[in-house]
Structure formats: structure tokens, C-alpha cells
Write a protein that binds this ligand. Structure first.
Ligand code: SDX
Length: 432
């Protein structure tokens, strides 16, 4: 049987062409429109890329209607329940769960790349104490490319692997240092005797004058948050990393571009915005007023942590985080009024026709902020936590793109031009 195709007729000329339909493992097939310009002299337009596949990938699959999220085929709830972040990072990067031997070797490399060059510490001195940690992350991660000339041949698989190890290993150190800078405390070096998440918490919260012990509830909650934020198909920041990488820029510069895109409140900045929104709402009694504002086209207010471009069902990550939220607050004996407000807001919004008709459900950011606050992460570090975890997805997607020699080319979208047509220059003296 021949390949499935879709016929397109240009009614201006009556010409019909067949465009190939390409199927993946699962999920919607795609129409390959590459021949459209040659055949008809026309481009496609899809502002916001609502129905455009930008690439082929084997890493993450999302079914937005069914609320399904798979990392390399493994359901997110199984990984959140049974795995841990460093193992999930291996899975995303290499495509398979590691054997004991593979994991031991990989963990050794991640552990022994956790320090950063002493020269990098000087970058922090240039930032004001009140600099947002995400601003520091953008600068410092991009600056890594000034220190690693020994592994920036992106076409060398060993260079790609060591860059990935360096980024996965150093993000916790860079992130914790961003926090220490903002609170005026001395940086804490990584301790190779500690696990990945324990090490991050130690670098964040230990001080030279006191001993520090990691609370296992906090560590498990943060490990789960890292797993849930690790990758998510071709979201805005991952697409930014892929586009930057398509010019053959070095991986550190590409990850810095991903951090930049993630920072926006419509994307990774939403977790910080949710906490601010819950604080602005205050008591649950004021929720109806804010729901009405969110529905008002003339009011820029949006329910942060609600809605998603792909999920038109509950974000499976939000389901997991909602359960984890209750467990963590109970185990830490934390009573956060924001949780009561969040629960009431979710209940009322999900009964409201506006949210039902537009299929707006809580997303990953709706509960994550409450957990992060409960385990002591300051609000301005929430998106940094997201960036730390998503670095694994970004670098895995970047490496997949570069390694795919058959499809790797610079990304260069076209446009629908609506500006002025050709016109002649007018000297200043003749302008009205
Ligand atoms: C993340 O892409 C990913 O995978 C992202 C992410 C990842 O892991 O990488 O999942 C992480 O970014 C989660 C999303 C975090 N952002 C927020 O919580 C911010 C609030 N949400 C919205 O800004 C919005 O829902 C987006 C940005 C998430 C999605 O925007 P879309 O897909 O462009 O949808 P849209 O803005 O076109 O909304 C469709 C309709 C609109 O109404 P109409 O113009 O059709 O009348 O729904 C309305 C919107 O006004 N709407 C909302 C709303 N979200 C959408 N109305 C009120 N409150 C909201 N939160």
C-alpha cells in the first residue's frame, strides 16, 4: 500500500498536489508541507505554532486530550513513583533506563563535574544583591562557554556527552550560588559524598557556622519536582534551545537561551506568578472576584497555573504534585493558607463554564510553588528550580537534534509580509 497523502488544490490555478502524511509511533500523524512553496509558491502560517510539528523526536510524548506524559515511553507517574531525578536524567539523555554498571559510571562523571571554575565566581560579584536569580542564571550559564573550549565540537559525540554531563552536574551549583549571592551568604562547594538532590539542598541552605542535615521529606519532594519538570516535548524554551542549536552555537549558549525563554510568566515563570496571585487573592472568599477578572477580556489578569497549550485535560504532573503537596505540608506540619486558597480556586474554576468550555485545567505550576515554599525554597528561586530540572530535557533534545545528521539543518522560518511595498527614499527636506 502506497504512502498516505492529503490532496491540496489551489483554486486560483486548479492545480492539485499530494502531500505525504507521515506517521509516528503514536499521536497525530503530520503532513510534510516542505514542497508547498515549490509547487504553489505559498508558505503556511501558524502563529504560536498551535498545530505545527517543528521536528521529529523520540524523547517525550504528550497526549493533551488524555493527559498522558511519557519520557522515552515510560509514564510520568511511574517514574515519579519509582525512579529518581538522576536516573530520569540518564533515561532522557541516553534513551534507556541504566543498568547498575551504566548508572555507576554516569553518576561518577556527574559527581566529578559538580564544581565550576573559580573564575566563574567573579561573575556573581558583578550582580546587585537584589538581582533576580534567573538573571544571574542566564549570564553565568552562557559564560560557561568561555571556560570549556575542550568540548565545544558539537559534531563530536564525546564532546556532546561531556557538555551534557557538565551542564547536568553544574546547574545545581550555579543555581545555589545564585541564591547565596542574593542573601549575601558564602557559596557552599558541592560535596561529592552527597547525592544529587542532597548536594543541592546542602549548597542552598548550609552555612559555615552550623551543621546542616537534609530532611528526607524535603529531599524526596524536590526530587519528584525535578522529575516532573525534566522535559516536556517542544515547549517554548525547548524550541528556543533547538533553534539556537540549529545555528551550531555551543551547548552552553543554547541552554542559556532556554533559561531566557523559560523565565516568562506564561511559561516557567508561572510558578512564581501563582504564589503572587494566591497572595493577591488572599482569603478564599475573594476568589469569585478574581475568577470574574480572569474571564474578562478587558482585564489582563489570568489565573496563573491554569491552562495549557497542549493539555486540554488535567496536566498529569499537576495531579501528582497535588497529592505530593498535601503529603509534604502534613509531614512538615506546615499550614499554608495558599493551599486552602488554591484548593478552593481549583474547585470553583473547574465548575465555571468559561474554564470548562475552554478546557482550562491546573497545570504543573499550580501546585509546585506551594510545595517549593513549604520546603523553604524562596519564591524568586522557583523558576531557577524549573530551569535546573529542565536543563536535562533541553540538553537531551539539543543532543538528539545535532546527532540526527539526516535532518539537522539551521531553523529558518518564513513570514507573511504585511509591511510597506517598495517605495523610494525621500530626503529629509521633502518630508511632511
Ligand atoms: C508551562 O508548553 C509547555 O509544555 C509548557 C510547560 C512545560 O512543561 O514546558 O508545560 C510549562 O509553561 C505551563 C503553563 C504555565 N503558564 C501559566 O500558567 C500562565 C497562565 N496560562 C495562560 O497564559 C495560557 O493558558 C498558556 C500560556 C499556558 C497557554 O496559552 P495558549 O495555548 O496560547 O492559550 P490561549 O492564551 O490562546 O488561551 C485560549 C483561551 C483564551 O481565550 P479566547 O481568546 O479563546 O477567548 O483560554 C483563555 C484565553 O484568554 N485562557 C485563560 C487562561 N489561559 C487561557 N483565561 C484565564 N486564565 C488562564 N490561565
Amino acid at each position: 500500500m502506497g504512502q498516505d497523502t492529503i490532496s491540496i488544490t489551489d483554486n486560483r490555478s486548479g492545480k492539485t498536489i499530494e502531500l505525504p502524511i507521515v506517521k509516528g509511533t503514536t499521536g497525530p500523524p503530520v503532513i510534510n508541507v516542505a514542497s508547498l512553496y515549490k509547487e504553489f509558491g505559498i508558505f503556511t502560517l501558524d502563529e504560536g505554532f498551535t498545530t505545527t510539528a517543528s521536528c521529529q523526536s523520540k524523547i517525550t510524548f504528550i497526549d493533551g486530550e488524555k493527559g498522558i506524559l511519557l519520557y522515552r515511553g515510560y509514564p510520568i507517574d511511574q517514574l515519579a513513583e519509582n525512579s529518581h531525578f538522576l536516573e530520569v536524567a540518564y533515561l532522557l539523555l541516553y534513551g534507556e533506563l541504566p543498568t547498575e554498571e551504566q548508572y555507576k559510571d554516569y553518576k561518577y562523571h556527574i559527581t566529578h563535574h559538580s564544581m565550576f571554575h573559580e573564575g566563574l565566581k567573579k561573575f556573581y560579584d558583578g550582580f546587585r544583591p537584589d538581582a533576580h536569580p534567573m538573571a544571574i542564571m542566564v549570564g553565568v550559564v552562557g559564560a560557561l562557554s568561555a571556560f570549556y573550549h575542550d568540548s565545544t565540537d558539537i559534531h563530536d559525540p564525546k564532546h556532546r556527552e561531556i557538555s551534557a554531563h557538565r551542564l547536568i552536574a553544574k546547574m545545581p551549583t550555579i543555581a545555589a550560588a545564585s541564591f547565596k549571592h542574593s542573601v549575601g551568604q558564602p557559596f557552599v562547594y558541592p560535596d561529592n559524598r552527597l547525592g544529587y538532590v542532597d548536594n543541592f539542598l546542602n549548597m542552598m541552605f548550609s552555612v559555615p557556622s552550623e551543621s546542616y542535615g537534609v530532611n528526607p521529606v524535603v529531599k524526596d519532594a524536590l526530587d519528584k519536582i525535578f522529575i516532573l519538570h525534566a522535559d516536556h516535548e517542544q515547549n517554548a524554551s525547548t524550541s528556543t534551545v533547538r533553534l539556537a542549536g540549529s545555528s551550531q552555537a555551543n551547548p552552553f549558549a543554547c541552554i542559556s537561551s532556554g533559561i531566557t525563554a523559560l523565565w516568562g510568566p506564561a511559561h516557567g515563570g508561572a510558578n512564581e506568578a501563582v504564589l503572587k496571585m494566591l497572595g493577591e487573592i488572599g482569603k478564599p472568599g475573594d476568589i469569585p472576584k478574581f475568577i470574574e477578572r480572569a474571564k474578562d477580556k478587558n482585564d489582563p489578569f489570568r489565573l496563573m497555573g491554569f491552562g495549557h497549550r497542549v493539555y486540554k485535560n488535567y496536566d498529569p504532573r499537576a495531579m501528582i504534585l497535588k497529592k505530593s503537596c498535601h503529603k509534604v505540608l502534613e509531614e512538615l506540619d506546615v499550614h499554608d493558607p495558599n493551599l486552602d486558597t488554591a484548593m478552593k480556586l481549583e474547585e470553583l474554576a473547574l465548575k465555571d463554564d468559561y474554564f470548562i468550555s475552554k478546557k482550562l485545567y491546573p497545570n504543573v505550576d499550580f501546585y509546585s510553588g506551594i510545595i517549593l515554599k513549604a520546603i523553604g525554597i524562596p519564591v524568586n528561586m522557583f523558576t531557577v528550580i524549573f530551569a535546573l530540572a529542565r536543563t536535562v530535557g533541553w540538553i537531551s533534545q539539543w543532543a538528539e537534534m545535532i546527532a540526527d545528521e539526516g535532518h539537522f539543518r539551521i531553523g529558518r522560518p518564513r513570514q507573511l509580509y504585511t509591511g510597506a511595498d517598495t517605495r523610494s527614499y525621500v530626503p529629509m527636506k521633502d518630508r511632511k
